[in-house]
Design a protein around this ligand. Structure first.
Ligand code: AP5
Length: 226
């Protein structure tokens, strides 16, 4: 998708809200390209810290491997530091954050301090059986972070990244016990945010079971109205 000057002239902050495997990361990358917004993915920030073996990474890994949420104070501090960086002045697409009511309130407060706000929350709705299929079939390139799916978006050569030939890997938390726990945690801790953002008049539901391009069109249509 090409950037147009009209697209890149707009500045807004949106949240992609959805369960594990809903396609938040896939769609956030597309919005990042189309609207030149910064893509802030809390899971990716944790994984970068794990790769660098920072103290934050070690702490996060102990929660992520079990499918549990990393504590709110640590997560909020990391994201608030990230959105203070210059590229976020062009607007942000939040992917995987916030995930609890405390995180949502902390984000509202941090944005308000900078005289900013959330323009829309895109609730990407996908049934649980589809999520489980997608997560267990997801494979990642450890070199460039490209995301594949053995069922819906396979690499051209089995087990190899199309871009650099690296051997694809499976995320530890995409293995069955962690997937089950992540879905439970989503229902108990993150799903209540649907009502939080509906009450704020910000919620837009997107049908996440359509092909990637159709989901993208729905999201772009909403974003273009902002
Ligand atoms: P995180 O990395 O955020 O994982 P997640 O939210 O569980 O989301 P995923 O990355 O699994 O899925 P996605 O919705 O991005 O789907 P994707 O586009 O890849 O978090 C990991 C962990 O970090 C958490 O469990 C927690 O421990 C910690 N953490 C992160 N944020 C936190 C926070 N705020 N607070 C506390 N802890 C936090 O797509 C999935 C697959 O489906 C891919 O294979 C893709 O190719 C395919 N696909 C995508 N869209 C479609 C489509 N439309 N049709 C068919 N296939 C599709």
């Amino acid at each position: 998708m090409n950037k147009t000057s009209r697209d890149t002239d707009r500045i807004f902050n949106v949240i992609l809200l959805g369960p594990p495997g809903a396609g938040k990361g896939t769609q956030a990358k597309i919005l990042n390209q189309r609207f030149a917004m910064a893509h802030v993915a809390s899971g990716d920030l944790f994984r970068e810290n794990i790769a660098k073996q920072t103290a934050l990474g070690l702490l996060a890994k102990s929660f992520m491997d079990k499918g549990e949420l990393v504590p709110d104070d640590v997560t909020v501090r990391m994201v608030v530091e990230r959105i203070a960086q210059p590229d976020c002045a062009r607007g942000v697409v939040f992917d995987g954050f916030p995930r609890t009511q405390a995180q949502a309130q902390a984000l509202d407060a941090a944005l308000a301090q900078a005289n900013k706000k959330i323009a829309a929350v895109l609730w990407v709705n996908v049934r649980e059986e589809v999520l489980i299929q997608r997560l267990t079939a997801r494979r990642i390139c450890p070199t460039d972070g490209a995301v594949y799916n053995l069922l819906t978006n396979p690499p051209k050569i089995a087990s190899q990244c199309d871009h650099d030939g690296s051997a694809l890997i499976q995320r530890d938390d995409d293995k069955p016990p962690a997937v089950q726990r992540r879905l439970q945690v989503f229902h108990s801790q993150t799903q209540p945010l649907i009502d939080y953002y509906r009450a704020a008049g910000l919620l837009h539901e997107v049908q996440g079971e359509q092909p990637i391009e159709r989901v993208q069109s729905e999201i772009v249509n909403i974003a273009e109205r902002l």
